[in-house]
Design a protein around this ligand. Sequence first.
Ligand code: SAM
Length: 331
Amino acid sequence: MVLTDKIGRTVSYLRLSVTDRCNLRCMYCVTKDFQFIPHPNILRYEEMLRLVDIAATMNITKLRLTGGEPFARRGFMDFIAAVMKNHPELDLRITTNGTLIEPLVPELKKIGVNRLNISLDTLDRETFKEVTGRDHLNDVLATIEACLSAGIKIKVNAVAMKGINDKELGSFIDFAKENPIDMRFIEFMPMGDDTKSDSRFWSADDILEQGRQHAALEKIKVRPENHGPARMYSIEGGKGRLGLISPVSSHFCATCNRLRITSDGQLRTCLFSDKTYGLREILRNPDMDDDAVRMVIAEATMDKPLGYHLLEQRSSGCEGVCETQMSAIGG
Ligand code: SAM
C-alpha cells in the first residue's frame, strides 16, 4: 500500500514522538502555559511498535524517533533495539538534544545506530543557559565528540534566531570546519504561543550571505533521502559542511513526504496544522484491528494540507492556526 494525497504527494517518512517530556526548557518550545500530556495517554512502547509494524506495510521507509527528548523516556534504548530488530529495512533516524547520552554512545553504536541529529542552538555556555534554561552545553559537546570517535555521523541542528545566535555564525562555521559534521541552520517557525518570532526570524538567505563573509561556501549536491529539504554547502578547508533549511522563506510543501505521530497517538499530516487524527483509541480498542488504523492513516494522508497556507494565515493575524507547541508534536 502506497500512501498518497489529493495533490499526488507520496508519503514515505514517519516521525514518531516517543514522549513530550524533555529535560530542557527551550524558550521557543516549552512556554509557560505548557501542559504535559497525562501519562495514561502516552502510548506504551508495545503500541508504538505496533504502529511501526503498520507503517512499514504502508510504504513508510524512513522513521525518525523524536520527542520531547526521546532519551529522557525510560526504556528508549530497548525500544530503538526492538525497532531495528523488527524492521532492519527501515531507515531509522533519531533526533536528540544530546545532553543525556554521552555514556550511552558505545551501546548506541553496538545496537547499530550510525547517525544522530543533535539539536544545538549555541556554542556559548551562557547563551545555552538562556535558551534552554539548563547548563548542559558541555554534555552536548561531549556527546558530539564521543559520537564522532565512535564513528556515528552527526548532523547538528540549530534554530536560527536573530538576537540570540546570529552573532555566533562564525563560531558555528569554525565548528563545522574543525569537525566532520553537517552544521545545519533551520529557520525559526512561528508556532505555539510564541509571539516574538517575527523579530527573531533570520532567513536562510541572510545566513548564507553572512556565512560567506566568514568562509568560502560552495553549494553541493546531496541525496534528498539523506538531507531532506536542506541546502548543503562545503566550507573551504573544512572537514564538515553547512546546511540551511528554510521552511518559512522557501517552503518545501510541494515535496513534503512526512507524517507525524505524537506520543499520545495523534496523527498529524502537517507540522503547521493543528488537525489531529486519534490513533490511540483505535489501538486500545480490542474490537479494532490494524486495518482500522491503516484506514485512518490513509484517509488522513489524502487530506494532507499545504502548510505554507497555514503559516500565511498565521502571519496575517489569523487566530487558532499553528497553535501547537513543538515539544508536543516532536519537531
Ligand atoms: N529533544 C529533541 C531535540 O532537541 O532535538 C527532539 C525534539 S525538538 C522539539 C526537535 C527540533 O525542533 C529541535 O531541533 C528544535 O530546536 C526544533 N524546534 C522547536 N521549535 C522550533 C521552532 N519554533 N522553529 C524551528 N525549530 C524548532
